[in-house]
Design a protein around this ligand. Structure first.
Ligand code: PGA
Length: 254
C-alpha cells in the first residue's frame, strides 16, 4: 500500500502573516504523517516561519531550486540552502516554470539529480497541453518527459520521487480531468516507469494527479487505484479546504 501524499502548491501567494494564520489553523487538523504525507510548498521567504510550526503532521516544501549546489546565480535558491532549513520536498518542473521560465526536460533532470543529492524529495510535474491530448499525443509527451527527466536516476532513488501528473489544460482552469482519465493516465505513467525501472519500482513510486483539484472532486480522484495523492494549487490556499482534502486521503488508508 502506497502512503497517500497531498501537496499544496501555494505558488506566489500568501504573505508571512497569511502563512502563519494558515499553518496555525491547519496544523492540528491534518492527519498524522504516519498515515498521510501532507506537504505545503511555499515560497522561500516563508520557509522559516512554516518549518518552525510544521509539527507532527505537516512537512514543508519549496516550489523550485537551482541544480547547482552553490555559485553566482543571483536570485536562485540551492538544495543545500533548503536542506539547512529542513525542507523535505521540492516541486520540480511545474508547467508554469516550464512555460514561463524556459525549463527544459534537461534542466528538470539536473534539478531532480540535485534534489536527490541533497536528500530532498522531488515532486516532479509532467503533463500534456490540450492540443496534444486532442491529437492523441498524451502518451508520447509523457514518455518523452519521463525518459529525459529521469535519465541517470537509479531505482533506489526513483522510489522516493513523487510524480505529479498535471495536464496543463486542467491547471487553474476549473477543468479537472475526469477521475477515469486521470487514473488511466497515471496508470500509463506507472507502466512506463515499470518499463524503465522494473515492476518493483513501479509498484512503489507514488503518482499524484494535479489540476483544479478541490473538495468537490478530491474524494473521487483519491478513490482511484493509480492515484496516490493530489497536487493542489488554488484550493490549497483555503485552510478549511486543505484540511478537508488531507483528511480525504485517510479514506484511502482505511
Ligand atoms: P490548480 O493548480 O489546483 O490551481 O489547478 C495545480 C498546480 O498548478 O499545481
Amino acid at each position: 500500500m502506497r502512503k497517500p501524499i497531498i501537496v499544496a502548491n501555494w505558488k506566489m501567494f500568501k504573505t508571512r502573516d497569511e502563512a502563519l494564520f494558515f499553518i496555525l489553523k491547519v496544523s492540528d487538523e491534518v492527519p498524522l504523517i504516519k498515515d498521510v504525507d501532507s506537504v505545503i510548498c511555499a515560497q522561500a521567504p516563508l520557509m522559516r516561519c512554516l518549518i518552525k510550526r510544521q509539527g507532527d503532521n505537516l512537512r514543508i516544501g519549496a516550489q523550485n531550486m537551482h541544480f547547482a549546489d552553490e555559485g553566482a546565480f543571483t536570485g536562485e535558491v540551492s538544495g543545500p540552502m533548503l536542506k539547512s532549513y529542513n525542507v523535505d520536498y521540492v516541486i520540480i518542473g511545474h508547467s508554469e516554470r516550464r512555460a514561463m521560465f524556459y525549463e527544459t526536460d534537461d534542466i528538470v533532470n539536473k534539478k531532480i539529480l540535485a534534489a536527490i543529492r541533497n536528500d530532498i524529495i522531488p515532486v516532479v510535474c509532467i503533463g500534456e497541453q490540450l492540443k496534444e491530448r486532442e491529437n492523441g499525443l498524451t502518451n508520447t509527451i509523457l514518455h518523452n518527459q519521463i525518459v529525459k527527466g529521469f535519465a541517470g536516476i537509479e531505482g533506489k532513488d526513483m522510489i522516493k520521487i513523487i510524480i505529479a501528473y498535471e495536464p496543463i489544460w486542467a491547471i487553474g482552469t476549473g477543468k479537472t480531468a475526469t477521475a477515469d482519465i486521470a487514473d488511466e493516465t497515471c496508470g500509463y505513467i506507472r507502466k512506463m516507469v515499470g518499463d524503465i525501472f522494473g515492476n518493483l519500482v513501479a509498484d512503489a513510486v507514488r503518482i499524484q494527479y494535479g489540476g483544479s483539484v478541490n473538495p468537490n472532486n478530491v474524494d473521487e480522484l483519491l478513490s482511484k487505484p493509480n492515484i496516490d495523492g493530489v497536487l493542489i494549487g488554488g484550493a490549497s490556499l483555503n485552510p478549511d479546504h486543505f484540511i478537508y482534502m488531507t483528511n480525504a486521503a485517510m479514506k484511502r488508508v482505511k
